[in-house]
Ligand binder design. Sequence first.
Ligand code: PGA
Length: 249
Amino acid sequence: MNKKKLIAGNWKMNGSLAANESLVKALAQGVGAPACDVAVCVPAPYLAQVQALVSGTPIALGAQDVSQHEQGAYTGEQSAAMLREFGVRYAIVGHSERRQYHGESDELVAAKTAAALKHGVTPIVCVGETLAEREGGHTEEVVKRQLAAVIHVNGHCISEIVVAYEPVWAIGTGKTATPEQAQAVHALLRAQLHHAASDHAAGIRILYGGSMNAANAAQLLAQPDIDGGLIGGASLKAPDFLQIIAAAR
Ligand code: PGA
């Protein structure tokens, strides 16, 4: 099977015109011909800038959110069609920070997933349990519920999405899931995908996210059901992000 891993940086609300330029130039210079797919998901105001910077490089452009609506009176939102105009390939959908701080429900995440797919933007759908949910023994139930919400989005094949398992307790905390803990959840998600779309499940990329860094990436990426990474903090440092890219083969 020919399934390249995907290493996607999630810059979150970080960056400036000057910092973005030096970061992307350093990435472009160091990335060579990567064995994996590479993307950077940047804050919306910088889409045009980073579109120009990644042009002609193997780095794809991503956004961090997308509206579920087509157009109209939705102040502050960006539609998938608008993102496409800036060459956006991927959009993170349902990141735990949006679920937590912006009250995004499973239904909303599913609607955003459908809107992205409709316009040819690949959604990176995030699922993951909180510490309390893990400690209460609810990890499986939570991630399965979150994934189930996006499995049947209208008229689109599930194989067009990317899934990211991001345990909330591991995000930005320096506490990574062990490769075994991550693999165990990835295997559950894979089985659920297989049940929903047996022909396509093996081809769907399931990324791990949550304090992935240059030191732990190789071990995580060696797990059979970990098909890449969604990287926050370490994606802001070119040498670290490049090391993670090099580990993904
Ligand atoms: P982190 O963030 O790598 O800084 O933990 C990952 C994410 O939230 O996507």
